[in-house]
Design a protein around this ligand. Structure first.
Ligand code: DAH
Length: 339
């Protein structure tokens, strides 16, 4: 029995040393320590060993088992480490490889133009306000001196939701909301989306305007034109030329239309400006005293002026974009060219 145990240790430890993968190692474990394993059998047969030898043989058998177990554990550790190292080698990432570069986003051209315009106005002391796109007929039209059935309503083909609720067709609604709530003197500018039932290469049912309104004592057309000239310079450069034409809006009196050097041809004359070198940029005017009064401002003390550019057209012209729809499609192939 002692010899048998001695043999088991020698052969077993050698076998374990020679095992070169985890599967083989497990087979060896089963061979000696499994339910029907050689060592298990011997330990189980202890009861047949003569009583006087039992202690000695038993102690030896335990030592043998410990040796085998120890050899197995150590080898398991070695093989597992080797496997881990091999796996890591397979998955190695070469951190010295050149990267594919980080793709940077950019602001949408409309946002950029809008920000530029806002920055200019804020630097001139304007407060930026925002207001509802779903609006009542009163704020969009009536309080701006455009009563129901007034022919001027035809200038803006409006989306009505009910008889009295509509998608605002102009940011001028914010003139009224501010005049009702703010105490003069004040200067506000309101960027935002507006809606009209209009669609072709240069018109979209959704587009962007913004509204500027100044209410103060003793201000008029001269101040309006000086301010607009300054804004145009800051927007398009010192050399920009400005042209003023008479116009009509029910909420301003007098009303004017401002043209500036065509940004497509820089004033040389092109198909867009029909050879004139100028393109229309926005409507403006001195606030009609009736409009001031309707919103509770004393028109004998205060006067005002306002202007309301659409920004999509300017973005199209300065970036040579042929169709306004490009501004809303979010096609990355287009947007990447606008960076
Ligand atoms: N709201 C006008 C439009 O959409 C533009 C406009 C004209 C705004 C004159 C003004 C203004 O504030 O004074 O056609």
């Amino acid at each position: 029995m002692k010899e048998k145990l001695q043999q088991i240790v020698e052969i077993g430890v050698n076998e374990i040393a020679a095992a070169d993968d985890l599967k083989k190692l497990d087979e060896i474990r089963v061979k000696y320590l499994g339910k029907a394993g050689e060592l298990t059998q011997i330990l189980r047969g202890m009861k047949d060993v003569p009583a006087e030898d039992r202690r000695e043989v038993g102690a030896l058998a335990n030592t043998v088992r410990e040796s085998i177990e120890k050899a197995l554990t150590e080898k398991l550790c070695v093989l597992e480490n080797a496997k881990l190292a091999a796996d890591m080698e397979k998955e190695r990432v070469d951190i010295t490889e050149p990267s594919q570069g980080v793709k940077k986003g950019a602001l949408h051209p409309l946002t950029r133009f809008n920000n530029k315009f806002m920055d200019i106005c804020v630097a001139m002391g304007f407060t930026v306000v925002q207001g509802p796109e779903v609006e009542t007929d009163y704020y969009n039209f009536e309080a701006l001196n455009v009563p129901k059935n007034h022919p001027a309503r035809d200038m803006q083909d409006t989306f009505f939701i009910t008889d009295n609720i509509l998608l605002r067709s102009q940011t001028s609604n914010m003139q009224v909301r501010c005049m009702e709530t703010m105490k003069p003197p004040f200067k506000i500018v309101c960027p935002g989306r507006v809606y009209r039932n209009d669609s072709d290469s240069s018109h979209s049912p959704i587009f962007n305007q913004f509204e500027a309104l100044v209410v103060d004592e003793n201000i008029g057309l001269k101040d309006l034109m000086l301010m607009i000239k300054e804004i145009l310079k800051r927007l398009f450069g010192e050399d920009v030329k400005m042209r003023v034409r008479p116009s009509y809006f029910p909420f301003t009196e007098p009303s004017i239309e401002i043209d500036a050097t065509c940004q497509m041809c820089q004033g040389k004359g092109c198909s867009l400006c029909k050879g004139s070198g100028f393109s229309e940029v926005f409507g403006a005017g001195v606030v009609n005293p009736k409009v001031l009064e309707m919103s509770g401002i004393d028109s004998t003390k205060y006067s005002g002026f306002a202007f309301g550019p659409g920004i999509d057209r300017s973005v199209m012209v300065t970036n040579k974009i042929p169709n306004i729809k490009y501004l809303f499609r979010n096609d990355l192939r287009f947007l990447k060219q606008m960076r």
